[in-house]
Design a protein around this ligand. Structure first.
Ligand SMILES: [Cu+2]
Length: 162
């Protein structure tokens, strides 16, 4: 129990340090994207060095930890065979814990998978292989027959030739 409390305090302290560094970069003018404030507001930011008066811009503000990753996301769309909402959960679930994947969505009607990912962390081939591993074919990656055969009856989509 004591360990948990200690970890909590360390996490809070860590966030405070990160905020202070953001404000410092802003004040020094090193990181122009780190501070949206000008003039008096910027002076207040520098004096207080807190995140409320020195905000980071855009998507970076929501998650300071992934600032670098959000800078270079690749978006790809490709067809994944499937039938229903249950398929959708499995297909998207195959990518939910993959490092580097920021977004994964499969459209039941069009069968189009859209992924946004960090190409430096994971390759499109790996993503398609993971989807195939849970039973779903794409044009380039075929699911193992035994996995396909174990899908729920309503999910056994018409497979592409091959
Ligand atoms: Cu299904």
């Amino acid at each position: 129990m004591k360990k948990l409390v200690l970890m909590f305090f360390l996490a809070v302290a860590g966030m405070a340090v990160a905020n202070a560094q953001t404000a410092k970069a802003c004040c020094a003018g090193k990181d122009k994207t780190a501070c949206t404030k000008e003039g008096a507001a910027k002076a207040a930011c520098c004096a207080k060095a807190d995140k409320a008066s020195c905000a980071k811009m855009g998507a970076a503000s929501s998650d300071a930890g992934s600032t670098a990753a959000t800078a270079s996301l690749t978006t790809e769309t490709f067809k994944v065979y499937g039938n229903c909402g249950m398929c959708k959960r499995k297909i998207e679930g195959a990518l939910s814990d993959v490092e580097g994947v920021q977004y994964a969505s499969w459209d039941v009607d069009s069968k189009v998978m859209t992924v946004k990912y960090d190409a430096g962390a994971v390759k499109l081939d790996d993503l398609k292989a993971r989807i195939a591993a849970v039973g779903y074919d794409s044009e380039t990656h075929r699911a193992p027959d035994e996995v396909y055969n174990s899908l729920h009856g309503c999910c056994q989509y018409e497979r592409p030739k091959g």
